[in-house]
Design a protein around this ligand. Structure first.
Ligand SMILES: Cc1cc2nc3c(=O)[nH]c(=O)nc-3n(C[C@H](O)[C@H](O)[C@H](O)COP(=O)(O)O)c2cc1C
Length: 187
């Protein structure tokens, strides 16, 4: 299995505005591959405008905010080499051009070449609460596919890491996910 990096992928909508979504980037020797599910805004945007920025951030509120809808309007700035945007506050980003599409009814693969890469801030080490937020955000984003008990168990296990190792940003991200999950099960 290839390495997958979790990033905030910024695509451009038909109105020319940035669209942010957490996505896994699949590392291949010759390409970075985006695999958005159908239907999704990211997929529609890539089909129309085959450029994106992969933004690497340690602010996990961006992941939790996007999947829960609690906050999507994170500041962006213009990309350097492609027509598009990147997250303003990120440790690093890569600007991508789609060079091939592997068709699939459910999850096409957009194979990208890196047009430009830049580093903006230092990486200051791993944190278990951030990992927990990313995992919970993935569980939440698959709530229509997974049994509710599996998601609830996952949240219970991950909450321990947040209690032990979170800072204020991680606690806020966790709160958004807990609230959104409570709302989803109440419906
Ligand atoms: C860490 C993380 C990784 C994700 N990776 C993918 C992915 O590779 N493909 C995908 O379709 N959705 C992925 N998701 C879910 C999307 O972010 C979510 O479904 C989002 O709504 C995309 O839809 P949109 O483009 O319509 O906003 C991921 C979510 C998280 C939290």
């Amino acid at each position: 299995m290839p390495l997958i990096r979790e990033a905030i992928v910024v695509t451009t909508g038909p109105d020319g505005r940035p669209h942010l979504a957490p996505l896994g980037l699949i590392e291949r020797p010759d390409a970075l591959v985006l695999a958005p599910f159908r239907p999704s805004t990211t997929l529609a945007n890539l089909e129309r405008h085959p450029f994106a920025c992969a933004c690497y951030t340690d602010d996990v509120r961006v992941f939790a905010g996007c999947v829960t809808g609690k906050k999507r309007d994170w500041p962006t700035v213009a990309a350097a080499r492609v027509a598009g945007f990147r997250l303003a506050s990120c440790l690093a980003h890569e600007e991508l051009e789609v060079v091939a599409v592997e068709a699939d009814a459910l999850r096409p693969r957009f194979c990208c070449r890196v047009v430009h890469a830049a580093t903006h801030a230092p990486f200051l080490g791993f944190n278990r609460a951030r990992f927990a937020v990313i995992e919970a955000a993935i569980l939440f984003s698959r709530r229509h596919l997974l049994p509710a008990a599996e998601i609830a168990d996952g949240f219970a296990r991950l909450r321990v890491l947040v209690d032990k190792t979170a800072g204020e940003a991680e606690r806020e991200a966790w709160r958004w996910l807990e609230e959104a999950w409570a709302q989803a099960v109440a419906v």
